[in-house]
Every structure is written in C-alpha cells, then in structure tokens.
Design a protein around this ligand. Structure first.
Ligand SMILES: Nc1ncnc2c1ncn2[C@@H]1O[C@H](COP(=O)(O)OP(=O)(O)OP(=O)(O)O)[C@@H](O)[C@H]1O
Ligand SMILES: O=C(O)[C@H](O)COP(=O)(O)O
Length: 483
C-alpha cells in the first residue's frame, strides 16, 4: 500500500468537506469567499435522518413509511420506463446467492468528528437493506467503500469506526480486514461462513482505485463471485470498485438503495405524475445550469430561489444592490427565461426578498419588493409574498423535486423561505404528492426543520444526484447488467 501523502482537496458535497467545515466552524466561524461575498460557514450539511421502515420486504430508509417501496409498486414501472433500467439484487434467485461471495460496493463515506465518531449515519443505514437481503439468503458479503479522499494509507480515514454501527444495524458482528486486496484478505474471505460480512479497508488507500486500474479491479473482483453496486453517492465516479470490477464479475447488479435513487431521480422525474414542479435554489446559477435546462424539458412549474435569482433580476434590468450576481451569466439567465416561455413552463421568480446590510447572521434586515433593492443591500432570502406564491403554486402539483435552498438558511434571520418550502413539501407529501429532495443543502434544510421522514425520497448523493438531474449517465450505473 502506498504511504500517506498530501492533504486531500475537498468538494463542498463531500463528507470530507463537511468534516472540514464542521471543525472549522466549531473553532469559531470560518470566513470564506464565495463569489465575492464573505460568508460565515456553518456545518449545516448532512444527509437525511429517517428511520428504517419495518415490515416491507424491500423497504428502504430515508422515506416516508407510507411510501415503502415494493417490487409491485409504481417504482418498478418508473424504473422500467427509465433508460437506466438495471438488473437488481432483488432479481437474483436465492440459489444464486446461497454460499456465494458477493462484492458489495456501498458509499460509507460518512462524516466523522475529531474522535472518529460518526456524526451522520444516514449512508450506513441506507446500505443495510441490501446487505441484510444478501446475508439472509446465505451469501458471504465482502463490503467495500471509500472514506474521504486519502492519498495513500491514512489511518484517520480507516473504515474501522464503521464496524460497530454496521454490526449494530445488521444484527451480526462485521469482521474487518486491514487491507483491500492481497493474501491476508483472501484468507479471511475463504474462511467466511455463509451469511457473514467482511468489511474491506478504505478502497481509496490504493491510488489504483480512482485511476480505475484494470489490474487492481481484477484483483478486487477475484475475491468474489458476483457484484452488487449500492453506492449511489459514488456512482458518478468511474473507479475500480464502482466500474472496473463489473468487467470481471457477472452478474453485476444494482442494490436496493441505488435502485430507489434511480426510481426517483430518473423514473419519477422523467415520467412524473403531473403537474410536476421543480424548485431550484442554491448559491449560483452557473452551478445549476445543467439541472435547470434538463428540468425545463420535463416540468410544468419552475420555482427559482437562492442567490441565483439576482442574476435573473439583473438580466431583466432590475437593480440588485450588493446581492450575489454572476455578470457573465446575464445572457444565459435571459435565455433560460425565454426557454421556459417557449416550453410553456410556468417559471416563478420571487416577487419580494429579505435583504441584509451585510453577509452575517446578525445583519440588519428588511423585506422589499424584488424591484426595490437599495444600493449596498443584498438579498439573502425570499420574502413572505414569494413564500405564499410558491406555496400556492405547489398546492396544484403531484410531483415536486427540490434542489438548493431558497436563502442563506444557515443564518436564522434568512432561513424562513427555505424552512417554509420544507414544511410545505412535508404537508404535500402527506396528501400523496411525490416529494423528492435532490441532495446537497436542501437535504440539510429538510433535516433542520425535522421533516425528513415525511418526504417520498431524500437522495444520499451530492454530486451524483446533481449529475442525474442534469440528465447525465452515471458510470457506476451504466456498467451494471441490463434488467
Ligand atoms: N441569496 C443568497 N446569497 C448568497 N448565498 C446564498 C443565497 N441563497 C442561498 N445561498 C447559499 O447557497 C448555498 C447552497 O448552494 P449550493 O449551490 O451549494 O446548493 P445545493 O445545490 O443544495 O448543494 P449541492 O451543490 O451540494 O447540491 C448555501 O450555503 C446558502 O447559504
Ligand atoms: O460524498 C460524496 O459525494 C461521495 O461519497 C463521493 O465522494 P467524492 O466526491 O470524494 O468522490
């Protein structure tokens, strides 16, 4: 194994970034530059919190009990309609599993605190149904995952802290290997009894993983008889354990979590119950162009919030004061507005905003019409009239997908818009509307309000869910056997 190396670089979507943000915020508050604004960065990001839903044969975590997924439900129809229809672990007969060594790729990339405690176990809970299904059918599970972005062997990114929680959730003691491949691992695998689980060490300790090295993939694959990919959060990476191993293991199938993510983020979005509304927020329009364009082709109503709205306002000739604006995206914003019109999509921009005199939790604030933002003030949330207009528009829908907060919800003063939307979606969910939270900060917002359990689906993916919503194919999915 290679030796420890340089510090990893972070993307905002990764737990590594969350960990970095959390510890920095705990120390005090971290100033960072985001598109010209000095922001106080809080550890707001986390992923879902719903509990396992007892009783359903293939029930998955992170969704409302009333929407337990089953083989005969609408999910299957939606999946069949999706271009990503893949063979599932549920399609394998018990005889295909009994006594077989199954390599399961999960995404156990969870946030850990300084004492190596898991601070959000959503991804661990989400991995349980597939593993339980395999062990209860007598398979020998060889579990593999990454944690963070190590450069070589990095003890603090060992998967060891995952063992107690996994064992507790699975109801059996999970064994852990100190390596990913090699004679020691092979020995442990050959001694596995039916129905047992061996967790391999962090697969990214080998640089060959991210390089999708065929020799490494072959050695990893040689540990098993078949492959199950349940790592939705990493399905946008063409790595050895997500893509390379499929060339050496047949069958290579989707786990229940991966399947449910596809059912919702592809199936329900491509073939929605209508009217279908998309809510897109977040900081910048530039990071959501692909998502907006893709959703414009599918939705009936598009609600825009967050920092990106000011680029749209400016494109319409409004003054935006000191709000976040991407001047090089004004034409793009105008063309997106024109495209919505052309496609007959009802696009709503907030009509009023909560403005602040500085980018800080203790800023002075006031509500003004979108057309009356004074010089020196910046919009940090959508206003009450907009909340009410957005809520009325959502009342008419049957499917809603949400990606990106309506304002700077990390600051209490500017969290009302995001929280109101979260509550509205929870209410609609209770009335049978399909509500999908597409990963990222909107998940943290839904969690903060305590309505995560009410939603139809909360994605465990950050980058992967954005790529799916942009209409991209994910290499980890493409590589699996067709349904
Ligand atoms: N009006 C605003 N001005 C500046 N920043 C804002 C504004 N509204 C929201 N934000 C910030 O946008 C950030 C979220 O943006 P981002 O584009 O990362 O969202 P996301 O899509 O939920 O995340 P991800 O990219 O992981 O999917 C939040 O930290 C929030 O504070
Ligand atoms: O947290 C994530 O988004 C996934 O685990 C993928 O991690 P990565 O961005 O380091 O590939």
């Amino acid at each position: 194994m290679a030796s420890a190396a340089a510090p990893a670089s972070f993307s905002l979507a990764s737990p590594a970034a969350r960990r970095a943000m959390a510890s920095a915020a705990a120390a005090a508050a971290v100033k960072f530059r985001r598109a010209g604004l000095a922001a106080v960065c809080l550890p707001a990001r986390s992923l879902g919190s719903a509990s396992l839903c007892a009783g359903a044969d293939r029930c998955l975590p992170i969704h409302a009990p009333s929407r337990c997924w089953s083989a005969s439900s609408a999910g299957r129809e939606a999946r069949a309609a999706a271009t990503t229809a893949k063979k599932s672990v549920g399609d394998l007969a018990a005889a295909d599993l009994e006594g077989k060594r199954v390599l399961v790729r999960a995404d156990l990339n969870v946030p850990l605190d300084d004492r190596q405690n898991i601070t959000d176990d959503t991804r661990v809970r989400a991995a349980v149904p597939t593993i339980k299904h395999l062990t209860s059918n007598g398979a020998k599970v060889i579990l593999t995952s990454h944690l963070g972005r190590p450069k070589g062997f990095t003890p603090k990114l060992s998967l060891a802290p995952l063992v107690p929680r996994l064992s507790e959730l699975l109801g059996i003691q999970v064994q852990k290997a100190d390596d990913v491949i090699g004679p020691e691992v092979e020995k442990l695998v050959s001694a596995l009894p039916n129905g047992s689980i061996l967790l391999l060490e962090n697969v990214r300790f080998y640089k060959e993983e991210e390089k999708n090295d065929p020799e490494f993939a072959k050695r990893l694959a040689s540990l098993a008889d078949l492959y199950v990919n349940d790592a939705f959060g990493t399905a946008h990476r063409a790595h050895a354990s997500t893509e390379g191993v499929t060339k050496f293991l047949k069958p290579s199938v989707a786990g229940f979590l991966l399947q449910k993510e596809l059912d919702y983020l592809v199936g329900a979005v491509s073939n929605p119950k209508r009217p279908f509304a998309a809510i897109v927020g977040g900081s910048k329009v530039s990071s959501k162009i692909g998502v907006i364009e893709s959703l414009l082709a599918k939705c009936d109503i598009l609600l825009l919030g967050g920092g990106m709205i000011f680029t749209f306002y400016k494109a319409q000739g409004l003054a935006v004061g000191a709000s976040l604006v991407e001047d090089d995206k004004l034409e793009l914003a105008a063309s997106l507005l024109a495209k919505a019109k052309e496609k007959g999509v009802s696009l709503l921009l907030p009509t009023d905003v909560v403005i602040a005199d500085k980018f800080a939790p203790d800023a002075s604030s006031q509500v003004v019409p979108a057309s009356a933002i004074p010089d020196g003030w910046m919009g940090l949330d959508i206003g009450p009239d907009s909340i009410s207009a957005f809520s009325s528009a959502l009342e008419t829908t049957q499917t809603v997908i949400w990606n990106g907060p309506m304002g700077v919800f990390e600051f209490e003063k500017f969290a009302a818009g995001t929280e109101a939307i979260a509550k509205k979606l929870a209410e609609l969910s209770g009335k049978g509307v399909t509500t999908i939270i597409g990963g990222g900060d909107s998940v943290a917002a839904v969690e903060k309000v305590g309505v995560a359990e009410a939603m139809s689906h909360i994605s465990t993916g950050g980058g992967s869910s954005l790529e799916l919503l942009e209409g991209k194919e994910l290499p980890g999915v493409v590589a699996l056997d067709k349904a």
